[in-house]
Design a binder for this molecule. Structure first.
Ligand code: NAP
Length: 222
C-alpha cells in the first residue's frame, strides 16, 4: 500500500511517517515545496538510521496522485488550500483527516477548540470534497507528535477512528495498529469526529499542567 502524508513536513506528519516507514509501508511525503519534502525524507532516514526505508518526497498534489491512501496533517488554516491542491486525486480513496481545529489558527490558545460550521474538521473536508467523493475518515487527532517521534518507545494510547464506511474504518484500524502500542477503535460515524477532535486541546492542557509531552487517551472496558 502506498501511503501519502499530505502536509507531511510538520511534526505530526513526520511522526506518522516515521512509524509507518519503520513498519515497512511505502510512504510519500507531500509538501507545497518539493525541497522541503525531500529534506523531511532525509530527516526521517536519519532519525531511523536507515537509508533503505521506502520513502520519498514530492508536492502534495503528486503525493495524492501516486498514493492509495492519504493522511492529511495540516493546521486548520491550511485545510482548504491543501484540499484544493489534492482534490483531483482523492476520488474513491481513503482520506484520513488528522486536523484539529485549535484556537491557535485564529491567534488563540492551543488548549481551546474553535468551532467550525460543519461540526468538525473532518466533516468540513468531506463537505468540501462532496463531488470528488473520497472516503473521509477522522483519525490520529489525539496521538501526539512527541509520542510518535519517540521512536524507540511504544505509543501508549488508542487511536479513535470515525467515519461512515465500515470497510475503510477496518482498514484504518489495521493501519493505526502498525504503530506499536496503539489500539484502533471504531468510534462510529464521521460526525463523532466532533467529539474526538475536542479531546486534543484537553490533552495539550494536561501536557502543559503536568509539564509533560506524552499525554494520550485510552478507552477502557471494551
Ligand atoms: N503536532 C501534534 O502533536 C498533533 C497531534 C494531533 C493532531 N495534530 C493535528 O495535526 C495537524 C498537523 O499538525 P502539525 O503540528 O504537524 O502542524 P504544522 O507543523 O503546523 O503544519 C504541518 C504542515 O502543514 C503545512 N502548512 C502549515 N501552515 C500552512 C499554511 N498556512 N498554508 C498551507 N500549508 C501550511 C506545512 O507544510 P509545507 O510547508 O511543507 O507545505 C507544514 O509543515 C494539525 O491540524 C494538528 O492540530 C497535531
Amino acid at each position: 500500500m502506498k501511503l501519502a502524508i499530505v502536509g507531511g513536513t510538520g511534526d505530526q506528519g513526520i511522526g506518522l511517517a516515521l512509524r509507518f516507514a519503520k513498519a515497512g509501508l511505502e510512504v510519500i511525503i507531500g509538501s507545497r515545496d518539493v525541497k522541503k519534502a525531500e529534506n523531511t525524507v532525509n530527516l526521517i532516514k536519519n532519525m531511523l538510521k536507515d537509508d533503505n526505508i521506502n520513502i520519498c518526497g514530492t508536492t502534495n498534489s503528486k503525493a495524492a496522485e501516486k498514493a492509495d491512501l492519504l493522511i492529511m496533517t495540516v493546521p486548520l488554516q491550511a485545510q482548504m488550500g491543501t484540499i484544493f491542491s489534492i482534490k483531483d486525486h482523492v476520488g474513491d480513496k481513503i482520506l484520513i483527516d488528522a486536523t484539529v481545529p485549535l484556537d491557535t489558527c485564529i491567534g488563540g490558545k492551543p488548549v481551546r477548540y474553535v468551532n467550525v460550521w460543519e461540526g468538525s474538521a473532518a466533516e468540513r473536508t468531506a463537505e468540501f470534497l462532496k463531488d470528488e467523493k473520497p472516503i473521509v475518515i477522522s483519525a490520529f487527532n489525539n496521538i501526539s507528535a512527541a509520542s510518535l517521534t519517540n521512536i524507540e518507545a511504544d505509543v501508549d494510547c488508542d487511536c479513535l477512528i470515525s467515519g461512515d464506511n465500515n470497510n475503510a474504518k477496518a482498514e484504518v484500524i489495521q493501519l493505526a495498529e502498525k504503530i506499536p502500542g496503539v489500539r484502533g477503535i471504531d468510534c462510529g460515524s464521521l460526525e463523532n469526529a466532533r467529539i474526538v477532535e475536542k479531546i486534543t486541546p484537553l490533552l495539550i492542557n494536561l501536557n502543559i499542567r503536568n509539564k509533560i509531552k506524552l499525554a494520550g487517551i485510552r478507552i477502557t472496558g471494551l
